[in-house]
Design a protein around this ligand. Structure first.
Ligand code: PLP
Length: 408
């Protein structure tokens, strides 16, 4: 076989479909969030504004977080030195896990190297342990949950997104004595809609199923302590497992689960992707701990401002006739509906307007639903928003993009 040829063709096919990925070469500038230097194709730096970061609140550059990370770095050095088992458990890991367990009012929490790993490790372990487990998975679940489900090698059924009737029907048609796990999210990050936490937990109770809730796009941002949408809605006690990330609103890196001690202990003892990898660096853990406590104690104003920014931008887009995909969260998706145009729109915004919004194409979203996904933070002030509106308006005109949204 001509292997070289094979991979060249594989990449060419991706290019032809307009979904070849080019990563913008950026250097964030600590203290100037949301501004960054962008290095163009010739390596020339230029100042741009980032409008698509998952550092939703700018905590990655917050002085309190930077200071804690710096102190941990200087106090403990760079790496953790091993897996959690091989001397990679630092006192900061212990404190962070205590803090996260308390935040979600669970007996225990376990920090992993990413939210992706947390989903993969936790779902696969829980489902594998339960004899004959049936996994019920929302069709819009994140790739990391799907990976965990696959890894478990258990039977899975997919329910239509947020469709309670469909979920109930699937639960009813399963053997009543069989262990079941329902996996879903609280904020679906590409459309920005909320999961039906209370209703799904009701169905789970009625059919003796466990629930697994991914709060990755909500922790830090929703609820009076930043514990997520479940906290905001007063139902935080209900899901069996709550999973979150330290990489998005908390501005650092790492993922975690919080649950009853025995469930956490089982994952800690069995999950390969937790056990056999070096634990998070102390600086990351120190920064995350400061971020979690800061957003718990002093985050309310920033959370309110965050929601206000998102809703203001949605209103402005609507008023300008731009096809915003409406939703109740902090995520502002703008419809394009074509992969090539979506990439072109993003390129133009970056090259000509100094605005960075990455294109969201397949496989992140279904083909034909390509979009720009804007995530305004509390630091995107009115002046920046004026500039964004003007730039979007021009790009939409130049490329002749749709101004009203087609079917979502
Ligand atoms: C980003 C994301 C993850 C993974 O979290 P990381 O910490 O970035 O690995 C998990 N679930 C959802 C829904 C996500 O969007």
């Amino acid at each position: 076989m001509d292997y070289d040829r094979f991979f060249k063709d594989a990449v060419a096919k991706i290019r032809d479909e307009g979904r070849y990925r080019v990563f913008a070469d950026l250097a964030r500038e600590c203290g100037r969030f949301p501004h960054a230097q962008y290095f163009d194709a010739h390596g020339q730096p230029r100042s741009v504004t980032i409008w698509c970061s998952n550092d939703y609140l700018g905590m990655g550059q917050h002085p309190v977080v930077v200071k804690a990370a710096t102190e941990a770095l200087e106090g403990y050095g760079t790496g953790a030195g091993g897996t959690r088992n091989i001397s990679g458990t630092t006192h900061l890991h212990v404190l962070l896990e205590r803090e996260l367990a308390a935040l979600h009012q669970r007996e225990s929490a376990l920090v992993m190297t990413s939210g992706y790993v947390a989903n993969e490790a936790a779902i696969s372990t829980i489902a594998k342990l339960l004899p004959g487990c049936l996994i019920l998975s929302d069709e819009k679940n994140h790739a990391s949950m799907i990976h965990g489900i696959r890894d478990s090698r258990c039977e899975k059924v997919i329910f239509r997104h947020n469709d309670l009737d469909h979920l109930e029907q699937l639960l009813k048609s399963a053997d009543s004595g069989r262990p079941k796990l329902i996996a879903f999210e609280s904020v679906y990050s590409m459309d920005g809609d909320f999961g039906l936490i209370e209703e799904i937990c009701d169905l789970a109770d009625a059919h003796q199923a466990l629930t697994y809730l991914d709060e990755v796009h909500a922790v830090g941002m929703y609820g009076p302590n930043g514990a997520g949408v479940a906290e905001q809605r007063g139902v935080m006690h209900r899901p069996t497992v709550i999973q979150g990330t330290l990489a998005k609103a908390y501005g650092c890196m790492g993922g975690y689960i919080a649950a009853k001690a025995d469930i956490v202990d089982a994952i800690r003892s069995i999950a390969s992707s937790f056990i056999f990898t070096t634990s998070l660096a102390p600086a990351v853990v120190g920064g995350a701990l400061a971020s979690v406590t800061h957003l718990r104690d002093e985050g309310q104003m920033v959370r309110e401002r965050h929601q206000e920014r998102a809703s203001t931008l949605k209103h402005r887009l609507k008023a300008a006739g731009l096809p915003v995909m409406d939703n109740p969260s902090h995520i502002v998706p703008v419809w394009v509906g074509d992969p090539v145009l979506c990439k072109q729109a993003s390129d133009r915004l970056l090259e000509r307007h100094g605005i960075y919004i990455q294109p969201i194409n397949y496989p992140t979203v279904p083909k034909g639903t390509e979009r720009l996904r804007i995530t305004p933070t509390p630091l995107h002030h009115d002046g920046l928003m004026d500039q964004l509106m003007q730039s979007l308006h021009e790009v939409w005109q130049e490329l002749g993009l749709e101004t009203r949204k087609a079917a979502a």
